[in-house]
Ligand binder design. Structure first.
Ligand SMILES: Nc1nc2c(c(=O)[nH]1)N[C@H]1C(S)=C(S)[C@@H](COP(=O)(O)OP(=O)(O)OC[C@H]3O[C@@H](n4cnc5c(=O)[nH]c(N)nc54)[C@H](O)[C@@H]3O)O[C@H]1N2
Ligand SMILES: Nc1nc2c(c(=O)[nH]1)N[C@H]1C(S)=C(S)[C@@H](COP(=O)(O)OP(=O)(O)OC[C@H]3O[C@@H](n4cnc5c(=O)[nH]c(N)nc54)[C@H](O)[C@@H]3O)O[C@H]1N2
Ligand SMILES: [Mo]
Length: 763
């Protein structure tokens, strides 16, 4: 048996990458996929309710929905269909399944296999030293968690993690429970995701959210720059907006170390022409930046704009905007003038001439949107990089007018809403004051732990109870072995989940799985049908209503689980029962506590919902420390790797949603039947003495030692020299816990220094 077979990748095949995204294979794949999990009738019934005003919010990405009257009958993409089918599957991981599979066996299985067993059906308990999970009643389960939490010597010995799929109602009740207990330990997936965007935007424009609408992109922007984002896979509905933009003459520039299919060309499955024809060419310009080279790229670009304006004043910069709305310009300009071109070119991997061409596009465009995602946020200098992007937008007044502004494209469908509802380890005092006034207790004021600090605390024996509202902490977090050991030191880990995953197996001394309803399902409480609300990347808040009968009568909604646990712990003190039986009670609390949510129930339930205030977008109001939008000076840096090493970025395949692996293909990149692949340039393969098809171990180097991920197939791929890519979560074992972004503390999942090694003889 060779190494790949040993790693379960015996069927891995590599073909040609594709040049266009979506089109017929996209439609065919979603239909085949949906039918296999749900059957035909259920597929049609369910998919026609995705992202409709009277339906449910797609559980996949956080891209915004078109105005209600412009929605199509099929307002979902191939990957949204996979997410829905995966949740609405007919398969069940019930008590019989757990009786037949010891935990030791389950630990050996892949992420794909674990979830493919279907939906969880009733609470399951793993006692200390037990070999199997066994069923437990809801009463017993909530009593057990309540007892453990109540008996903590210090509330900060509990950690409450949230994944971004939780609804606003569930998130609000959950943060209330944590703070009522007395802790701000509320880490979330955002700490590993767009935290760097939030930090950079808060510092520079006074609000940590995007400032563009869907119409800004589809109707108004003259130039759209897409940096560090792979929309063809991760936000496929964004391609429809980009296609509209192209058809009215907008230009698109893609900045990415990989020539992603969805950035190059798009075939729209909504249109007959889109299926038959060659589709729309999307990117007018593609800049193959070196991994982590974006700070150098944007600093160089800003320098060119400055010089162009020196040569012909008023042609490249918006002096009126800079004078009236910003501060810090002079210091930033001085720093740009002092830049060294050799350094810019080396760090970005792009010639000055290419940046001059980009500057031509920018100057020709009277409005510019910059979209970005994980390619910018998961680096050591991520916050500085995004601040430099903001410098770029501020130089030409590209904010607070049609077709202009920053657009951090969020990941999980409600990650932005969860933060708005108070899922944050350091919510401002104004929010905590409002909670106190509403509920009559004094919330804790000391900052809590984010994701990385929670892992450190668990590792160091400072945590007894780890509670997760969704997600897959063990697999999504960095440094898998360290995180697993950290979780194992907890007395109790509790996971509210829809499907079995790694975190339920790499657990505390005792573990509980509490199975919950998903987005697709009807939620009846207190005799009435309930709905929940969510917020998308464009700050639009709207309702979501499931339609399918619950996967099992043993499931509870996330709101019911959280409020039920709170009742167990605190009795009726702030009216938990009423919140759990009628979610409009939670919405009326939200209306009084969360800024911008006045009259929340009425506004969120109208078709299409409502938009939260975005002061920079709405009125060029910047609530920063100086009341102005702030230029910043960002030292131009990039991770430089020692000779013989590469800078590895960890990415998503087309067949996964984070740690949920739907299938083993990554069609657009030409990968089929496996995931242990490392993409490397031809130049590096030659230089390092490897060839396409070789099997290697990935060894990451960090100040505290080396980490190894065995048996990856080397794949020659067009990426700048010195760079490499592999899939997450397989590569998470390589990401050192202490390698985090400055300021945001986000794991540097896109900058891991590695070398390739021939596999050691395995025993
Ligand atoms: N189908 C599907 N949809 C998803 C998800 C999913 O897993 N599956 N995940 C959701 C979540 S939580 C999130 S956060 C988003 C993630 O959406 P993305 O950020 O698009 O996801 P990644 O696969 O991490 O891709 C990062 C992109 O950045 C590029 N990149 C890497 N390093 C650099 C760099 O240094 N500079 C530049 N310019 N580019 C770089 C990579 O080549 C890749 O194209 O998607 C959301 N939507
Ligand atoms: N190396 C590397 N690591 C990364 C990243 C990377 O790019 N590279 N990306 C990071 C990013 S951007 C993110 S957002 C995190 C994601 O981290 P998480 O959000 O923690 O992980 P997910 O894989 O999205 O969680 C999947 C699980 O959620 C549960 N689930 C699904 N739907 C529901 C629901 O409706 N309710 C509940 N309660 N549970 C549900 C299912 O049981 C499923 O197994 O990972 C981060 N980790
Ligand atoms: Mo994310």
């Amino acid at each position: 048996m060779n190494d790949l077979q040993a790693a379960g990748e015996g069927n891995l095949r590599i073909g040609e990458p594709e040049a266009a995204a979506v089109g017929i294979p996209g439609v065919a794949v979603s239909v085949r996929y949906a039918f296999s999990e749900m059957g035909p009738a259920r597929s049609v019934q369910t998919l026609l309710k995705v992202n409709q005003a009277d339906g449910f919010d797609c559980p996949s990405c956080a891209w915004g929905d078109p105005a209600v009257r412009q929605r199509k009958h099929a307002e979902f993409c191939e990957n949204g269909a996979k997410a829905v089918a995966w949740e609405a599957t007919r398969k069940r991981a019930d008590a019989g399944f757990f009786a037949g599979h010891p935990v030791a066996f389950l630990r050996e299985q892949t992420d794909h296999w674990l979830e493919s067993n279907g939906r969880l059906t009733e609470p399951m308990y793993l006692a200390q030293d037990a070999t199997h999970y066994v069923p437990l009643s809801w009463d017993e389960a909530l009593k057990l968690v309540g007892a453990r939490l109540r008996s903590l010597p210090d509330p900060n010995r509990a950690v409450f993690y949230t994944s971004g799929r939780a609804s606003n109602e569930a998130a609000f009740a959950y943060q209330l429970l944590a703070r009522r207990l007395g802790t701000n330990n509320l880490p979330d997936c955002s700490n590993m995701c767009h935290e760097s965007s939030g930090a950079a935007l808060s510092q520079t424009i006074g609000i940590g959210k995007g400032q563009v609408t869907l119409e800004d992109i589809s109707q108004h922007a003259a130039l759209i720059v897409i940096v560090g984002q792979n929309p063809g896979t991760n936000h496929p509905r964004m391609l429809s907006s980009l296609e509209e933009a192209k058809q009215r003459g907008a230009k698109i520039v893609a900045v990415n170390p990989l020539p992603e299919a969805g950035l190059i060309r798009f075939k729209n499955p909504q249109k007959a022409r889109g299926i038959a024809g060659r589709g729309t060419r999307l990117a007018d310009r593609f800049l193959p930046v070196r991994v982590n080279g974006d700070l150098a790229l944007f600093a160089g670009l800003n320098r060119i704009l400055l010089e162009r304006d020196d040569a012909a004043p008023g042609t490249a910069l918006d002096h009126a905007f800079i004078g009236k709305y910003t501060d810090g310009f002079d210091q930033a300009a001085a720093a740009w003038r002092a830049l060294d071109w050799t350094r810019i070119e080396t760090l970005s991997g792009l010639s000055r001439a290419r940046l001059e061409e980009l500057a031509d596009d920018v100057i020709a465009a009277d409005s510019v949107v910059v979209c970005w995602a994980m390619g910018l946020t998961q680096h050591k200098n991520a916050v500085e990089t995004i601040r430099e992007v903001m410098n770029f937008l501020l130089l030409r007044g590209n904010i607070g007018r049609p077709g202009a502004g920053p657009c951090p494209v969020r990941g999980h469908s409600n990650v932005q809403g969860d933060r708005t509802m108070g899922i944050y380890e350091k919510m401002p005092d104004s929010f905590l004051d409002a909670l106190r006034d509403e509920f009559g207790f004094d919330p804790p004021r000391g900052h809590g732990w984010d994701t990385v600090d929670s892992i450190r605390a668990m590792r160091d024996g400072k945590v007894d109870v780890f509670f997760a509202l969704g997600g897959n902490f063990a697999a999504a977090a960095p440094d898998t072995l360290v995180t697993a050991a950290a979780l194992a030191r907890c007395q109790l880990t509790v996971h509210v989940a829809t499907k079995l995953n790694r975190s339920h197996l790499m657990c505390g001394r005792e573990a509980l799985i509490l199975p919950c309803l998903g987005r697709t399902e009807r939620d009846v409480r207190g005799g009435g049908e309930q709905y929940v609300t969510v917020e998308d990347s464009m700050s639009v808040v709207h309702a979501s209503r499931g339609l399918l009968p619950p996967a099992s009568p043993g499931l509870r909604s996330e709101v019911a689980i959280v409020t039920g646990l709170a009742q167990e712990m605190f009795g009726e003190d702030v009216g938990w029962r009423a919140m759990g039986e009628d979610y409009s009670v939670i919405r009326s609390h939200i209306a009084r506590v969360v800024p911008g949510c006045e009259d929340y129930s009425a506004r969120s339930s109208q078709p299409g919902g409502f938009v939260l205030p975005r002061p920079p977008h709405d009125s060029r109001t910047f609530r920063t420390s100086t009341g102005k939008a702030r230029f910043t000076v960002n030292e131009v840096t990039a991770i430089c790797v020692p000779p013989g090493h590469l800078l590895l970025q960890t990415i998503r395949s087309h067949d996964q949603f984070n740690t949920t692996v739907y299938g083993l293909d990554d069609r657009y990149r030409g990968v089929h039947g496996g995931r242990r692949v490392v993409f490397v340039s031809a130049e590096d393969l030659a230089g390092l003495g490897f060839a396409d098809g070789d099997v290697v171990d990935l060894v990451s180097v960090w100040s505290d030692g080396e980490r190894r991920a065995p048996a990856f197939r080397v794949t020659e791929y067009p990426t700048p020299a010195g760079c490499a890519a592999a899939y997450f979560p397989e590569a998470n074992v390589l990401v050192p816990l202490d390698s985090t972004a400055d300021i945001s503390n986000t794991p540097t999942s896109k900058s891991v220094v590695i070398r390739l090694e021939r596999p050691r003889a395995r025993t």
